[in-house]
Design a protein around this ligand. Sequence first.
Ligand code: MN
Length: 290
Amino acid sequence: MTELATIDAIYGPPAPHWVGDGFPVRGYFSYMPGGMRRLSPFLLLDYAQPYDFEPTDNMRRGVGPHPHRGFETVTIAYQGSVAHHDSAGNGGVIHPGDVQWMTAGSGILHREYHAAEFARKGGTFQMAQIWVNLPAEHKMTEPAYQALTASQMGVAKLPKGSVTVIAGEFAGAKGPARTFTPINMFTVRLEAGGTVDLPLPEGWNAGLLVMSGDVHVNGKDARGNDLVVFKRGSGGISVRAETPAELLLLSGQPIDEPVANYGPFVMNTPEEIEQAIRDFHAGKFGQLDE
Ligand code: MN
């Protein structure tokens, strides 16, 4: 057994807030000490725990056109479906198990609504959105879009559970996402009594979101909606589930560069933020209907 990584802190759930009228999320990073740099390359984690929506005729439940520049947005659908369109002409529906990995790069407009079929029927909705920083040399890269379907994910079976690999690699299972910096992004599911040992490479940051269940992590207790943040360094993350549990591991090599951010723009300097605002108002992020 490798040495265990040190837990820096376990954060209980922040109060939920609505993003548009479609996404009741808990925003995990912004209030933490160190904010957007604490878990670099991850800038933000919004988690929408399971929430029941009534059927509706409103096909615009969510957020209308808005810009991003300088990073990537990763949307993981666990339950319910999200429709997405952007100003680069990409679009589609993210179904349960699918992941949309959008590189905003030099700038994009997009809209995120409940998919029509889901809106009409209603049902349980559960989703995570992660913002992943881009290194300075790639912040102005051409916008791009990876539609990753459930069947493309790498899956490693455990004696009592599974690890679904979105990005990176675990036990020979490889994630389909192309990333600019090294990242492990896994969904871990454990039955009661199930265990897993997850790697934390030397010098990487890591956060483990307990989406549901009661678990022991490196000797401490955590429960549903807790975020476990590890100290940078090497070691293992050893999880034992006391009840059935679902977890999201975010770990990656830090991007140790300055962060300047304003709303949906994340750059390296205040001047670059001002430029982003000017470019947005000048229409340089393209066009997108409601
Ligand atoms: Mn967005």
